[in-house]
Write a new protein. Structure first.
Length: 460
């Protein structure tokens, strides 16, 4: 079969540069489109903290420092503004896109690597989080780097690789303390595989270096001993108090008297807690939540299974944010709907094709599968027990994308199809595959229905 010009272009060794360059231009155009859009949520908070750093103001940190220091670096060079914040995030897109392409090119064909580079370049969620100063945008390339360094350690034991991995893990914790589980599990996994205590201790020292330095810096400036930031237990509380819904466990993080969906008793309780000093808030949130779980462990189990399901649901955050931050015009509404549709399509495609590989042809991904499952599970567990939605799955989607790409490349190279692969599988594998796919589709339908009900209650 003759190749088409487009296939020839995908096989070109310089095509990834053109794809990344057009991705940069598209992001610049998107920033121009959003020029009148303010920061409203976490992005506003990181922006405010970065401005405080510029003024030399250091208080007991409510927010983890990683994102704000990233903005501080660019603000100190180019000046502080919303447009500088958004443009600075394009660097994370470049790092992410290059890392993903070179990892995929080592595992699969250049053609398939370029296909997935195009997908993640124009995946609406990945456009938004590589121009919005939010933690997802920095975590995405760091997660890819962890996978890359794990693959290198599997092949060789260079000391610099262990040091780099330790530093990347510590950066993740400074960006979001929930990544501490990754920081603990990854070194232990490598120690188990390599049995090299020296390299383990060096990697552990590297991973603790930045964390201990930050804790010491905060103590020196404030006199308080704080682990990264003073709000680590808050999401744990938001997702596990007596008012938390059994499915949508995430909306109550938005504390506002204008939010009519929040029960009056909950608002009164949280307002009282927030009047306490920060260090007392942390203890109260944690102890209160533990007592609540002990009292009703059945509800904790129900909410946790809901969080696991919603974690793997498609992300509608980008579309809803466009409607929230911009004027409600026909154009903006259309862009928001298109964003949600594309997010849904890419999400479904990537996960379903990865399931083909995992459940029907796992041997093709044996070298990558264990590392990817380890990273995803250690990253996700803190969200599964506290505060979860499809928004938090975004940073691990490229890892799932790697499995999807291996699956697609495997099917195309053997001129096969999913049906032929399905027929070769054992009866047990077929059953597990069908049940998993049906359950995954149920998760998407469940979230879509809950979102429709939520929007109906909000706007009508």
């Amino acid at each position: 079969m003759n190749k088409t010009p487009f296939i020839d272009l995908l096989d070109n060794k310089w095509s990834f540069i053109y794809i990344i360059f057009t991705g940069i231009l598209f992001r610049i155009a998107t920033i121009f489109f959003l020029r009148d859009s303010p920061f409203l949520g976490d992005d506003l908070s990181y922006h405010i903290v970065a401005l405080q750093y510029l003024k030399g103001v250091f208080e007991v940190p409510y927010w983890p420092p990683g994102m704000s220091f990233y903005l501080f670096f660019f603000y100190s060079i180019f000046g502080a503004s919303l447009i500088i914040a958004r443009i600075s995030m394009i660097l994370m897109y470049i790092v992410f896109a290059c890392s993903l392409y070179f990892i995929m090119k080592q595992i699969i064909t250049r053609k398939t690597a370029n296909v997935y580079l195009i997908i993640f370049t124009y995946f609406p969620s990945f456009i938004y989080f590589t121009i919005a100063p939010m933690t997802q945008g920095i975590i995405i390339p760091l997660i890819i780097m962890i996978f890359f360094l794990l693959q290198k350690i599997n092949k060789e034991s260079k000391l610099v690789t262990f040091i780099l991995l330790g530093l990347v893990l510590s950066l993740l914790v400074l960006i979001r303390p929930s990544n501490l589980l990754l920081c603990i599990a990854i070194p232990l996994h490598i120690l188990y595989k390599t049995r090299n205590i020296r390299n383990y201790l060096i990697m552990l020292a590297a991973s603790l270096l930045l964390i201990i330095s930050w804790i010491s810096f905060v103590h020196m400036k404030t006199g308080k001993l704080v682990f990264i930031n003073a709000a680590n237990s808050r999401n744990f509380f938001y997702g596990n108090n007596e008012f938390t819904p059994l499915y949508r466990t995430w909306p109550f993080g938005e504390i506002s008297p204008n939010n009519k969906r929040i029960p009056a008793g909950y608002l009164e309780m949280v307002t009282k807690i927030l009047s306490m000093p920060l260090d007392e808030q942390e203890k109260f949130f944690f102890n209160y939540t533990l007592n609540n779980i002990k009292t009703r462990p059945d509800l904790f189990v129900i909410r946790t299974t809901s969080r696991i399901r919603s974690f793997f649901a498609f992300n509608s955050y980008t579309g809803s944010t466009i409607l929230k931050k911009m004027r409600y015009t026909a154009l903006n509404r259309s862009i928001a709907y298109i964003s949600v549709i594309l997010d849904f399509f890419f999400h479904i495609f990537i996960i379903l094709t990865s399931l083909v590989l995992i459940l029907l042809d796992e041997n093709k991904a044996r070298n990558s599968l264990k590392s990817i499952i380890l990273i995803i599970s250690m990253y996700a567990i803190p969200y599964w027990i506290s505060f979860s939605s499809g928004l938090y799955c975004i940073p691990v989607m490229p890892l799932i994308g790697i499995l999807s790409a291996i699956s697609l490349d495997s099917l195309s190279s053997m001129d096969g199809s999913i049906s032929s692969l399905y027929k070769k599988a054992s009866g047990k594998r077929r059953l597990v595959f069908i049940l998993t796919v049906l359950f995954f589709l149920y998760i998407q339908a469940e979230y879509a229905i809950s979102q429709i009900i939520f929007l109906k209650d909000k706007f009508f």
